[in-house]
Design a protein around this ligand. Sequence first.
Ligand SMILES: O=C([O-])[C@@H](O)[C@@H](O)[C@H](O)[C@@H](O)C(=O)[O-]
Ligand SMILES: [Mg+2]
Length: 421
Amino acid sequence: MKITEIVITPIAMKDPPLRNIQGVHQPYALRSILQVRTDDGLTGLGETYGDRAILTALRAVAPRLTGLDPFDLNGLERIIGHTLGSAAGLATHGLVGEASDEKTLATVLSAFEIACWDLQGRALKRPVVELLGGKVRDAVPYSGYLFFKPAAHTPSPPYETDRWGEAMDAEGIVAQARRMVDEYGFKSLKLKGGVLPALDEADVILALRDAFPDHPLRLDPNAGWTVATSIAVGHKLDGVLEYLEDPTAGISGMAAVAREVSMPLATNMCVTAFSHLPPAVRENAVQVVLSDHHFWGGLRRSRELAAICRTFGIGLSMHSNSHLGISLAAMTHLAGATPELTYDCDTHYPYLVEDVVQEGVLSFTDGAVRVPSTPGLGVDLDLDSLARLAEQYEKCGFDTRDDVTPMLAVDPAWDPVVPRW
Ligand SMILES: O=C([O-])[C@@H](O)[C@@H](O)[C@H](O)[C@@H](O)C(=O)[O-]
Ligand SMILES: [Mg+2]
């Protein structure tokens, strides 16, 4: 089997005004959809970020992959390494740590690697989970991801306002959580923090604890706090949190917090590449790493990360950014075959109102997604939806994720400085 053609389609999907330390989500989230075609007549699917910088890198690599066997993942990595060379790191939106050459390569590799896994599975008529060693669970539990949010975007985009309403205080977040739990059955909850003053966010967690006494709870201010503030929140939430995620910046900062608080610290910001693991382990900076195949280099490397975490007694969870069904399928196959993943995975999927995959294949029951059992990733493109979302990308007016500019429309004095509290 040889790759004959790769089609990369940038798309824009409607996204609610979710708040975070940087500001607020734009009215559309951007993704790149990959279709990798072979001489056997198969098409493998991939999904990754849609920012201009990654799109440029994907487009530079794609023509070099003609003739590659989709089973040759080492060859794939070699070609991408040669093509990108020492290209400057892709700019990131600041919520998944620093950019670096290592991460650029891993991000581009992942996008094509996923499509190759899909092709391998389709060729062998086996689901990807079986190529990864087989299921360790039938369904993958996800966590209900709570966001502070206004009722609507400013200014209003040309589509109907989202169904989640305003949630800018404890009452709003508890109501949002109730809806997530009722509709999706989530068994754990994560609050995206970095929006209200730190101790007020701790109060929101306490309100969630009252409302959901049995749900493990997480709080993630994306490194918005100083070490001292992080410790104060850690003390206030002693015995309440399953883990505290990225309260402060950097490995040494996290280590300083970890020495003083009782709960595990988790990260998708200070340990986001293999080169970050030795210092993090030496300093015992984090007790849980949130993997994310999109920037750790795909499914193979995510499994290597799992083995390293197992070796050093570090827990493994899974990070998410706004994503579509191809990514949800890949995340579900990976988690379905990874025993080290003992925490419920993050997902932004409940906020999605339009997808490029055919409806009905991926759904949540009791907070979990069944690992697909059909060949490859188990999802197929809805070509009409892909075309519509591609058109939406052309019209949306931006080509890079930026949470600061839309926040300036809400608050002209907005300053995304960190740490903020
Ligand atoms: O969607 C967001 O605003 C999140 O803040 C996301 O971009 C983060 O990368 C992520 O969810 C996290 O756990 O840090
Ligand atoms: Mg995080």
